[in-house]
Design a protein around this ligand. Structure first.
Ligand SMILES: [Zn+2]
Length: 148
């Protein structure tokens, strides 16, 4: 399981997992000891707090996947920096996102070839619980992306 998690990001360590109904919950944590402040770039290893951040990812073995990340809030140790605390962010997901970028790509791929109603049904059966309205939002964002 650690290998699968590392395919998403080398910085993630597998902790444990459990299956509840059709969903596989995977608990992970970051293995980075220090992180650069997004504002000033100074590395900090001073942990302010930890919180759980969960997001959906591509299915594994026919199970929907929810990854539960124990994320760290860090103090910026640079006295000249105005940013007091910051949390670790990752390339595979938007900072406020609830789905990995590769999952969103899969949702868009499936939805381009069929109506959003049938795409929502297919995806909810096989990949991720999703509403038709969310699919429309992804498609809209995707097409405005291409025009730029
Ligand atoms: Zn800073």
């Amino acid at each position: 399981m650690d290998e699968i998690i590392k395919m998403l990001d080398e910085c993630l360590d597998y902790i444990s997992h459990e299956v509840i109904d059709d969903t596989l919950y995977i608990n992970v944590k970051s293995n980075k000891e220090s992180l650069p402040c997004p504002k000033c770039g100074v590395e900090s290893s001073k942990v302010h707090s930890r919180y759980k951040k969960s997001f959906q990812d591509l299915p594994i073995q026919g199970k929907k996947v929810v990854i539960v990340l124990k994320n760290k809030n860090m103090f910026c140790t640079n006295p000249k920096c105005k940013k007091y605390t910051f949390s670790e962010s990752f390339d595979f997901i938007d900072p406020k996102g609830k789905k990995t970028k590769r999952l969103i790509e899969e949702i868009i791929r499936v939805s381009l070839t069929q109506s959003s109603v049938s795409a929502a049904k297919y995806l909810s059966d096989t990949t991720v619980d999703i509403k038709k309205s969310s699919i429309c939002n992804y498609l809209k964002k995707n097409s405005s992306f291409k025009q730029e």
